[in-house]
Write a protein that binds this ligand. Structure first.
Ligand code: ADP
Ligand code: MG
Length: 230
């Protein structure tokens, strides 16, 4: 079987019987799911239900108490701290409710932060070119020399998205990405996200309170009673 065929049938992400508690508070109970490449998934559920905990385990920011997390058949649940950090940098783009841009750096500088460890000159040039292309796709090219304080919330969040995409991750994880925006900016940003996910052939998992955003995704999963259901 060729690699292409394998890519089609192996899910990007597979949770096998994942459980997680904080102290004696059960958060996730024996959760199993598969997410296919190119899919757009919304995770919805009440505050405190464990959405962020779930996303943190997907992104290898946290580890489950039991069960397996497979990223394209690679077991990330058994990785060392250092391996997980390398795995994250290479494969995952994170977007949070707050943009966490550095206030003293321009848009262009901020989006290039994940590439600062590059030592190869050709790689650096390539990244700078990719930054400009991605900024352009999100209508941010003209703002590239601005500081975060000189921009709207939506523009800052677009910048955070470009920063998440700069290393060409396979999987984008967004935790309430439109939560700090007004309704109109939120709707605009969410349709841009979905469009971008299609163009870049990535996989998108979004935690959201907004049913409007959730309804635009291929799959909507509800986090209820410590488990995910359709
Ligand atoms: N690091 C932690 N230590 C202890 N409890 C935590 C920690 N992270 C989250 N929790 C608790 O786990 C529950 C789920 O939290 P979270 O995943 O953030 O929910 P959501 O994102 O759905 O609002 C909450 O009750 C929260 O207080
Ligand atoms: Mg949360």
């Amino acid at each position: 079987m060729g690699n292409k065929e394998i890519n089609k049938i192996v899910p990007v992400l597979k949770f096998e019987n994942i459980s997680k508690s904080f102290g004696n508070q059960l958060i996730l109970n024996n959760l199993s799911i598969e997410i296919e490449k190119g899919d757009t998934v919304a995770i919805v559920g009440p505050s405190g239900s464990g959405k962020t905990t779930f996303l943190n385990i997907v992104g290898a920011l946290d580890v489950a108490d039991s069960g397996k997390v497979l990223f394209k058949n690679q077991d990330i649940s058994s990785m060392t701290e250092k391996e997980r950090s390398e795995f994250r940098n290479k494969n995952i783009g994170f977007v949070f409710q707050q943009h966490y841009l550095l206030p003293q750096c321009t848009v262009l500088e901020n989006v290039l932060i994940p590439t600062l460890t590059y030592t190869n000159k050709a790689e650096k040039l390539e990244a700078a070119k990719r930054a400009e292309q991605l900024l352009d796709k999100l209508g941010m090219f003209e703002h590239r020399h601005k500081l975060p304080g000189q921009m709207s919330g939506g523009e800052c969040q677009r910048t955070a998205f470009v920063r998440a995409l700069i290393n060409e991750p396979e999987l984008i994880l967004a935790d309430e990405p439109t939560g700090s925006l007004d309704e109109e900016s939120a709707a605009k940003l969410s349709s841009e996200l979905i469009q971008l996910n299609k163009e870049l052939n990535t996989t998108l998992i979004v935690v959201t309170h907004s049913m409007k955003l959730a309804e635009q995704m291929n799959t909507v999963l509800f986090l209820k009673q410590h488990n995910l259901t359709i």
